[in-house]
Every structure is written in C-alpha cells, then in structure tokens.
Design a protein around this ligand. Sequence first.
Ligand SMILES: [Fe+2]
Length: 241
Amino acid sequence: MSIVFQISDCHLSDETSYYNFERALGEVSKDTAHAAVLLTGDLVCGPKPGDYTKLSRIIDKYIKDKPIYAIAGNHDDLVLMKKELRNSRIKVVKYCRIAGREIVFLDSSQKPMNSVHPLGSGRLDRLELSLLKKVARKRKKPIVVIHHPVIRVGSDWMKAICLENDDYTFSILKRFGVKDVICGHGHDHIVTTKEEVTQHMAPSTAYGFDHKISEYNRSALIGINKLTLFNGQVTSEIIRL
Ligand SMILES: [Fe+2]
C-alpha cells in the first residue's frame, strides 16, 4: 500500500493563498512514508516571473526526499512553469512510475478551439492525445493525471468550464481499459465512477466551490487529497485544512 498526496488549485497570489499552501505542505510532511506528491494545476494565479521559483523554494522547506510532479492548470503559464522548475526538484514530465503504477501526465491547459467554451475550459491537443494512446497501449492501465476532469461533475457552471474534448478522451480511456483518473479544477473532493472509470477530484488549498449552489461561489472548505494505491486500485480521502 502506498500513499500519494495530491495538492491542487493553490492559486498562489495573495498572502492567504501562500499561508494555506504551507499548511497543506505541513500536513504532507507529517506522513514520512508517502511515495510521492502530485501538484495538479492552477498552482499560481496570474503567474509572473519568479512565482514558480518561489513555489519550489517553499516546497523545499517541507518535502526533502520525495518525488514531486506537477502539471499546469488553466490559470498557469506552462512555458514559465517549465522554465522556472527546470532546475528544481519538481518534475514536469509526461510519465513516470509511482509505487509500481504507471502514471501519465496530460496537459489540459491549452485553450479550447471552439469559442463556445468559457474562459477556464481546457483542451488536450493532438500531441497529448497521442501520448495518452501510446502510453495506454504500451503500459498496463496507467493512472491519468490531468487538471480538468474527464468526467464532468459538480454544478452546471463547473460543467461548462470543461475539457473541450472530454468525450473523446474518455473513449480512449475505455478503449485501453484505463480505470483511474486524478484531477483538480473543481475545488472539491468529488469521486465519481462512470463505466468502470473512477475519477478522483481534489479540493483546492486556496478556496472551495460549493457545487450545490447554482451560481459561481467561493467557500472556506479547503484541503488536500490523500490517495492510496493498493492492489491495482486507487482510493482517495480528503484531508481538510
Ligand atoms: Fe482552480
């Protein structure tokens, strides 16, 4: 059994967002046996030079000897993120292995092609889709890590700021028997299963969304996801901050 922590949607910008990010890292550092940490996008809000360097310096204070992987969200600047994290301990990679499981990291921070999708939506481009197919074909049932959910969940406004090509992406998961998706974006811990694909959505460390409310809202419900990899399965629980 292996524990992986998922820290998501940190939206680092103001003092409170940094304070809560450090609280999240404090929680992670209490568990000295965890296998890895996943940072699943929207790490910085309105990124400017130096922000990702600052993020990696903060992480270094809390996590010294564990692998850390990051993907971008719709609020991130992937070019700046890759540049500033290049010489850090945070890996921005396409795939890896954690606790005996293959992991594929997909970049959904690309803007949708169709303007019908509101700001905040994402898309997997051809390269990302072919990567998914290649990895899924060669490696046994990888865990997919992506910022936007592949299965739409939450309130209607959240479902609108979706992954533009989520249906097609889901069909690839089905074709290759991929069963596990780990995502952020929804600022809430929501586990959902559709046709044997289970998606674990993480809460945000910055602010929550109450999906029972039909309009956009922000709540104080923040946290991180504690993922357990055991016997070829993934389960998740929320740790509230
Ligand atoms: Fe977010």
